[in-house]
Design a protein around this ligand. Structure first.
Ligand code: 26V
Length: 743
């Protein structure tokens, strides 16, 4: 963008330091005005369909991408306004976690690389809830993210569309959010309008789907945005290429981010057959050349199945088309030699349910997992039959994160140190970061100073927002991610209690002062996840108040963990805790952000941790615990958490704090329920918390010991930064572009 234009336009504006909201809107719209010269969609492009986008704050990132962050900051300073004042502007949190943040990183990378990638999703009125703690329990508050306006979006009334359900018709109004880089791409988010009923469709992210009504609303959401997006793509195709839909996939790929947008497959067939008189067979062939599917989880409860009866009631034409696809798949597979059992296992409709992952796998030209191990698991265990007959369809695309937000923007101090050491080329081509390797020894001291500064900034912020005081020199161990049993925040809680008990007994001589930091939101209806939050808050209260130990050990669970909080935490952390039960974390992307910022990983051999260690070296990271293979064989019988509990006194004692009155769950029975999950009833300790606990504690203490040699430890940390190029989403997006999208 034309920087001179931006400066002169901004200087013309009346900026009032006492009106932060007004100033925020003025600067943002001047930047938009100067940057947008009507970018056009090219003939050949890729589309990303995702029900979540965790964009975070647009302001600083966009000004950085536009190359005017510095200019804006100086003009504001001249008028006595600190650019950091806009930190109170809400994040656009239209997502839950990794899946939504990945979508945002991908859009950033594609724009930066000059690749045409267009995002489609929903413009929720309220994003992921704001989290507060009440007496240590999570409390959910509505997230009114547009409170300060939405100057980074443009409403396009003239491109509105009508979307029909059996019982209602709604208007889908697009809001275009430009994504700046070498080219300007667009994230198009649809808002539902026309009636109070219609507006509900785009009101909340993930409305509770534990009721019939909730499920229907979710189904409407999924259809609403994918139908609008499909129509948009078809209209564009017809305008550019005519109605020869054989060529649809030649010019367009639609990447399905998990199963939530999979109804698009049926809708695209509906549009071609109903509106352009294409035969079903030809339409099916066209979609098979157009869609590509990414799987992001192997958890059965997250692989969507829709009741066919419900689809029939709400979307009768779509139900018919799904049935026809199911029939076509069965015939095709019988001819290809699938056994009857194999046909059933891979069927689009199983019993009375539409199996969305099976539909996606059947109708897509490409299926991918998000890390090496995860792809192996989906090939071997999740879609084994389809892999047997169509191995060529499957590939791995290990996730990545954008170094622009996750290093340059959030860690200016480390970025300047890198500039001074190897020059600035790494900013254009992140593979250049590897050159840092040669200088690790020379800059270790300076790196220690940078880490210290980032920690101080974070701890100051925590003091101000959470009211918890953390000494500046503590080792920062961080576990920040969605709250889920498989991620094992509970295991970290037990580990902290063991360390605390050891400190109390005077067993840990020369323990380096440490703080354990958690950030996580729990799904509102997920009882055990919420119980874990309360349990950790109880531990924090006890440990932080203990004068015998609180100079050595602190625990903090920050409220409302989000993208902006993550930017501060990843820059400051010394140790990245990635301790999921092996085989369960598809990839993880937080692990990559920490790595870039020079944290060592303390983790299991799961998801992308495996590749992180491959690149940065086992010696520079801390791996412990059962492997995915061990977990698999333990799962099939012979694991007794009771035995471990009975034979290990220390472990026994910390687990018993759930039931012995040490902590108070306010009569909810939540802690007893956590205990039961480990030791009573069925599926005992399903995520192997007790199995891995001891080796976890040992590893945490080894790290603590190693940290004493600050310079050697800093070298390990820097080795992680130097080897992080592979984990840039620029690399990931290049792979998608070359191998799947052919753009
Ligand atoms: C979501 C939910 C929401 C309600 C409670 C149960 C439950 C279980 C699993 C999920 C996961 C949804 C998909 C997802 O977010 N997957 C994440 O995708 C990231 C990007 O590929 C990846 O790094 C994470 O490992 C993966 O968990």
């Amino acid at each position: 963008m034309n920087r001179r234009l931006f400066i002169s336009e901004l200087k013309k504006e009346q900026l009032d330091g006492s009106d932060i909201v007004g100033t925020y809107n003025i600067i943002s719209s001047v930047a938009m005005r100067c940057a947008l010269k009507g970018p056009v969609k090219p003939r050949h492009c890729a589309h990303y369909f995702s029900i979540e986008y965790l964009m975070g704050r647009g302001f600083y990132n966009n000004l950085m991408e536009l190359g005017v962050l510095h200019e804006a900051s100086s003009i504001l300073a001249e008028k006595g306004i600190d650019i950091n004042a806009f930190e109170e502007v809400e994040d656009a949190a239209l997502g839950n976690g990794g899946l939504g943040r990945l979508a945002a990183c991908f859009l950033d990378s594609a724009a930066a690389l000059g690749l045409p990638l267009y995002g489609y999703g929903i413009r929720y009125k309220y994003g992921l809830f704001k989290q507060d703690f009440e007496n240590g329990f999570q409390k959910e508050l509505p997230d009114d993210w547009q409170r300060f306006g939405d100057p980074w979006s443009i409403r396009k009334d003239d491109e509105s569309m009508t979307i029909s359900f059996a019982d209602m018709v709604v208007t889908a109004v697009p809001y275009d959010m430009p994504v700046f880089g070498k080219r300007i791409n667009i994230l198009r988010l649809y808002q539902a309008e026309d009636s109070a009923e219609a507006e509900k469709i785009s009101e909340y992210l993930y409305p509770a789907d534990d009721t019939e009504e909730g499920k229907i609303l979710r189904l409407r959401q999924e259809y609403f945005f994918t139908a609008a997006a499909c129509r948009d793509i078809v209209q564009n195709f017809v305008r550019l290429h005519g109605t020869n839909f054989k060529n649809l996939g030649k010019y367009n790929t639609i990447q399905l981010n998990d199963t939530h947008p999979v109804l698009a497959i049926a809708e695209l067939i509906r549009i071609m057959t109903a509106e352009y008189a294409v035969s079903f067979k030809a339409a099916l062939d066209a979609v098979k050349g157009t869609f590509a599917y990414t799987n992001h989880t192997i958890l059965p409860e997250a692989l969507e199945c829709w009741d066919m009866g419900m689809i029939e009631r709400i979307l009768p034409e779509i139900a018919q088309i799904i049935s026809k696809i199911d029939g076509a798949a069965r015939i095709e597979r019988e001819k290809a030699g699938y056994s009857a059992a194999e046909i059933e296992e891979t069927a689009v409709i199983r019993g009375d349910k539409a199996h969305m992952a099976n539909l996606a796998v059947y109708a897509s030209k490409s299926v991918n997992g998000v890390a090496k191990l995860h792809t192996e698991i989906i090939e071997r265990d999740v879609f084994p039959t389809e892999y047997k007959y169509h191995p060529e369809k499957f590939s791995n695309k290990t996730n990545g994160v954008t170094q622009r937000r996750w290093l340059m923007l959030c860690n200016g101090e480390l970025s300047s140190l890198i500039d001074k050491t190897i020059g600035r080329e790494w900013r254009n081509d992140f593979t250049g970061i590897f050159a840092l390797k040669e200088s690790i020894g020379d800059i270790a001291e300076k790196f220690i100073a940078v880490k210290g500064r980032k920690k101080k900034q974070l701890f100051d912020y925590i003091r101000a927002t959470e009211g918890i005081d953390i000494p500046d020199d503590m080792i920062l161990y961080a576990q920040v991610k969605r709250l889920h049993e498989y991620k094992r925040q509970l295991m970290t809680a037990f580990a902290i209690l063991e360390i605390y008990n050891k400190l109390k007994r005077g067993e840990l001589k020369d323990f380096q002062p440490s703080v354990f930091l958690f950030g996580a939101k729990s799904a509102p209806s997920y009882r055990r996840a919420k119980a874990i939050i309360k349990f950790i808050n109880c531990i924090a209260e006890k440990v932080n108040a203990d004068e015998q130990t609180n100079g050595l050990l602190k625990v903090v669970f920050v409220r409302n963990y989000n993208v902006s909080y993550a930017e501060k935490i990843v820059a400051a952390a010394d140790v990245s805790l990635q301790v999921s039960t092996a085989g369960f974390e598809a990839s993880g992307t937080g692990n990559m952000k920490f790595m870039m910022n020079g944290a060592v990983t303390c983790g299991t051999l799961d998801g992308a941790n495996i590749e992180i260690v491959d690149y940065a070296g086992e010696g520079n990271n801390y791996i412990f615990g059962a492997t995915a293979e061990e977990i698999k064989s333990l799962s099939s019988g012979g694991y007794s958490p009771r035995k471990i509990y009975d034979e290990d006194e220390e472990l026994h004692a910390v687990v018993d704090t759930l039931i012995d009155g040490t902590f108070d769950d306010c009569g909810t029975g939540d802690f007893a329920d956590l205990y039961a999950g480990l030791l009573k009833g069925e599926r005992l300790d399903y995520y192997f918390v007790l199995y891995d606990l001891n080796s976890y504690v040992e590893t945490l203490l080894t790290i603590n010991e190693d940290y004493k040699n600050r310079v050697e430890f800093a070298k390990k940390q820097l080795s992680n930064t130097a080897n992080s190029a592979y984990f840039s989403s620029d690399r990931t997006i290049k792979e998608y572009a070359r191998e799947i999208w052919k753009i």
